[in-house]
Design a protein around this ligand. Sequence first.
Ligand SMILES: Nc1ncnc2c1ncn2[C@@H]1O[C@H](COP(=O)(O)OP(=O)(O)OP(=O)(O)O)[C@@H](O)[C@H]1O
Ligand SMILES: [Mg+2]
Length: 237
Amino acid sequence: MADEILRLEGISKHFGGLHALQEVSFSVVGGEALGLVGPNGSGKTTLINVVCGLYTPNSGSIYLEGTKLGKMNPHRLARAGINRTFQVPQPFGSLTVRENIEIALSHRSGEGMSLDDILDFVNLGKWAGQEAGSLNAAQQKRLDLGRALALNPKVLFVDELGAGLNPVELAEVAVMLRSLLSGGRALVVVEHLMGFLDKLVDRVIVLNAGREIFHGALRSALDDDEVKRVFLGTVGA
Ligand SMILES: Nc1ncnc2c1ncn2[C@@H]1O[C@H](COP(=O)(O)OP(=O)(O)OP(=O)(O)O)[C@@H](O)[C@H]1O
Ligand SMILES: [Mg+2]
């Protein structure tokens, strides 16, 4: 059994009266890709924001490689090994692709990929000197992935990296993400596109209104009555 990288225990997050996350618990081991699925507003991005230190949970604990994390800002958590991509990438638009990655690299303390390796990996070598703001949506998503990889995360959360990509780009990104699992990294993949997830993840957690309603193989999730009801029949689309 591979080593546990990240464990969440009973994470809850409220916004006023809205219970965006309710007692969510799971763990991921090295080399594993876990899918995080749920309808719009079910709490997926909120979960990433909590784990990555953007939001403080109302209750619950987070463990990185067995050590309980105290309150830490996103910057420190990224250095500790927890990083993410954004549902809507936010590069420094007037800086070049290369400069955007260099800024991320400047925050790394340990080992990891070089600037050129990252540019190659995310297929942006040809655009390295171009302003990030002029990239198309698929390129901006790959730049955001490169930025996150610069800190050599032990666990990487990707938030709808597949949204808006064409089938060829989707297949490329699925292969790209799977290759990140070698070396014991863990991935948590938030995605609405089930075909994409099927190529990528070993198991899924399904959230609805901030609560886990299913945990297991994606194929079984697609057969689960509650999951089907929550997705109003759109889950297999
Ligand atoms: N900063 C915030 N302040 C108040 N409410 C918030 C905040 N962030 C998220 N929410 C609410 O929490 C709930 C969960 O939102 P979240 O963005 O986590 O959903 P999601 O599952 O990522 O949805 P989507 O698939 O549309 O990206 C929603 O009702 C949302 O409006
Ligand atoms: Mg979201």
